[in-house]
Write a protein that binds this ligand. Structure first.
Ligand code: ASP
Ligand code: MG
Length: 414
């Protein structure tokens, strides 16, 4: 088998950890596999480099940031190659450029255009274990780029796709993907298997185990991904194409996101073009809107529009909305930052009815008011008061039978 193994920041966080990585890599090789390693920067390193730049400039140039930030992964790649060689295996480190990872020119958030992987393929043929610096690529004109925070997951999946690897293992400091945050629900279960689509929803809802773009990529190129811990030998969670078994489970996970803010424009004109004008102004400022709710107007003249944006953009979005208040006829604009988005995710929702009703009923029983609702084929999200976040996660996790050992009981309930 050809196995791509990606090690995150904590997995290469110290010399000791790097030696442990070298052990695991060499064991995988000893078992008769070809191994390609991708590494993140040592934990904290990327933040440290950003901090250094920010001591000089509040908005440092993207091109310079990319050269700076790419150095974190180069250090861990070289150290890891040294550690593997020390165990008696041939190993060589490669930068993004040496790997042939060509990207567009969007510095600090570049997109991969293609991967040649020539030198990596040659190294594998010679029995060498390549260690690739994650998170980075190079433009056609030879400028170093980085792929956005958490981007070494994407490097790993993209290299796995380019090399047609049999498996892409993502090593981190947790055992895999859980039914929900174990800090809130101690008996949350680790999932053995999850579909790309579910993982995509969970990742974009803030489950930090995998970078969202890497999951999109894995889905597109059908790369089987395993998320597992580099601190033990537990099997982890397999992220793969949806299969029949997955449909039997109605809800796979409960996610929450406290990083949202809600803006409401009260009594805007109920006429064509109002929503278009508002959301064009928001989009022009590069702010991503998540949920939108527009009430039916009772008098036929005015209506309320509410929408959510990331908390980091809330002040900017508020200002933009206030600026066009008179044009859209709003009486008032309100911002609420004390909200949370609670979501349930599962491909089984497509074939099971009553899932939304169970969710709303469960929240109602605990007196949790729902401010906004949005649904997709495999997800239902509700905006609630942030102070009920933990309670909502716990009761939904229970209601959908996600806790350990309660599977059969809960199936009856549904
Ligand atoms: N070191 C980069 C970051 O912290 C990339 C990564 O670790 O995936 O975002
Ligand atoms: Mg990461």
């Amino acid at each position: 088998m050809l196995i791509v193994q990606k090690y995150g920041g904590t997995s290469v966080g110290s010399i000791e950890r790097i030696k442990a990585v070298a052990d695991r890599v060499s064991n995988t090789k000893k078992q008769g596999n070809d191994v390609v390693v991708i590494v993140s920067a040592m934990s904290g390193e990327t933040d440290k480099l950003i901090g250094l730049a920010n001591q000089i400039s509040a908005e440092p140039d993207g091109r310079e940031m990319d050269l700076l930030l790419s150095s974190g992964e180069r250090i861990s790649a070289a150290l890891t190659a040294i550690a593997i060689s020390e165990l008696g295996f041939k190993s060589m480190s490669f930068t993004g450029r040496q790997t042939g990872i060509i990207t567009d020119e969007a510095h600090t958030k570049a997109k991969i255009e293609y991967i040649s992987g020539e030198r990596i393929k040659k190294a594998i043929k010679k029995g060498i274990i390549p260690v690739i610096a994650g998170f980075q690529g190079v433009t056609e004109t030879s400028d170093v780029t980085t792929l956005g925070r958490g981007g070494s997951d994407l490097s790993a999946v993209a290299v796995a796709a380019a090399l047609k690897a049999d498996l892409c293992e993502i090593y981190t400091d947790v055992d895999g993907v859980y039914t929900t945050d174990p800090n809130i629900v101690p008996d949350a279960r680790k999932l053995d298997k999850i579909s790309y689509d579910e993982m995509l929803e969970l990742a974009s809802l803030g489950a930090k185990v995998l970078q969202t773009r890497s999951v999109e990529f894995a889905k597109k190129y059908n790369v089987p991904v395993v998320v597992r811990s580099s601190f033990n030998n537990n099997p982890g969670t397999l992220v793969v194409k949806e299969d029949k078994d997955m449909e039997k489970v109605v809800v796979s996970g409960v996610a929450y996101d406290k990083n949202q803010a809600k803006i409401t424009a009260i009594a805007v004109h109920d006429k064509p073009g109002v929503a278009a004008m508002l959301f064009k102004a928001i989009a022009d400022a590069n702010i991503v809107v998540d949920m939108i709710v527009q009430n039916i107007s009772s008098d036929g003249k005015s209506t309320d529009i509410s929408f959510t944006v990331p908390k980091t953009d809330s002040r900017k979005a508020l200002k933009i909305t206030e600026e066009i208040v008179s044009e859209i006829g709003a009486k008032e604009v309100k911002l609420r930052e004390d909200i949370a988005k609670i979501s349930i995710v599962g491909v089984g929702m497509r074939t099971h009815s009553g899932v939304a009703a169970t969710m709303f009923d469960t929240l109602a029983k605990h007196n949790i008011n729902i401010m906004m609702i949005s649904t997709s084929e495999i997800k239902i999200s509700c905006i609630i008061d942030v102070k009920y976040t933990e309670l909502a996660v716990r009761v939904l996790h229970e209601a959908f039978g996600l806790s350990k050992n309660v599977k059969t009981k809960s199936k009856k309930k549904l």
